[in-house]
Design a protein around this ligand. Sequence first.
Ligand code: PMT
Length: 374
Amino acid sequence: MSAAESLQAEDVYFSTNPPPKQLAAHTALAEAFITQHVAANRRVVLVTSGGTTVPLEKNTVRFIDNFSAGTRGATSAEYFLSAGYAVIFLHRQFSLLPYSRHYSHSTDCLLDLLSEDAEGRVAVRPEDSDRILDVLRKYQSARRDNTLLLLPFVTIGDYLHELRAVARLMAPLGSSGLLYLAAAVSDFFVPPERLSEHKIQSTNIVEKLYPGEKGSKTPSPPIEDEETFDNFDASPRVPRSKRLIIDLDPVPKFLKSLVEGWAPLGMIVSFKLETDPRILVHKARYSLERYQHHLVVGNLLSTRKWEVVFVAPGRQDQWLRVPRHGGWGDAEGRPLRPDEAPEGDPEEEIEALIIPAVAQLHDAHIVKSNSEKK
Ligand code: PMT
């Protein structure tokens, strides 16, 4: 796709997909946040996190979602804050958040860490106090210094509008702006003109009650009358009239717009998610060459907490791995196969390795860009 064509695809997308209601408010918050931290000489990173939904109806009852809980984004945000960055955390509503993520799961529920004393006062159990204190201090420091801005999104459309708005605000930061795109972004969506206004029905009730009226559009072909459906399958398991066939369009590849238009001087880090280890590095390299940004962090669904690969221009691919029992053996030079994925979560968080390495590349990016200015 040429630059003009991709600009046109972008224009069409943003003019036909409505922005989220909170866009103006979020933009104002992000602008004030960036101004505050630029004045304090602090670097700003935009971290995107969690999955985007694809609504199937305008009055949305049903939507397509993906697996992401926002662990990568929320954990990364904490390490960026520890590294001195101010963080704009563009995240899927109700996904994991920095700091609170430690106690928001049923496996580590905050209530299990509390006890009641003889006077009916609630306190943290002494054995859990140290680890909570550590998280609490970091959380309070982010609150006190206003270094963490939380901006929620839900749908793919919300996400793209918010991403574009914040990225544009970060453009004036030049090379000191960092965009770290860890959200799991939908590749397909239902365009507004094919979105059903109301909940998609599994029968033709609307057509029966209001014959002749143009009913709600659905992403499927018109629902046929149960008695008259075209039964070309000799013995269909499910009558065709009850099937829902969803026809999805590709979401335009916004990375191109980001690199070329929205924040052209900032450092842009994208993530590449695959499930087949044989193609991960190849796809990461392809993405880098196609979009001409600065770093692709490749990860596999089954092993993403254990290992990632950094693919960057002019550098050897670099695997980052958390320690595991028995070492890495012959896997050191290649990704783990899904059947080699260790059980459970690692003791160390891989973001503790990822963020310092990204920050180092960001330093180099700033130095290079400053030297090119001279
Ligand atoms: O949240 P967790 O459970 O911790 O999981 C973390 C993660 C696996 C989601 C995260 O580490 C990750 O890999 N995020 C990126 C997932 C993703 O969208 O991968 P992809 O291969 O579908 O897309 C690759 C890149 O293309 C993405 O960086 C995205 O920004 C970009 N993209 C995607 C869709 C689209 N229409 N345009 C794009 O430019």
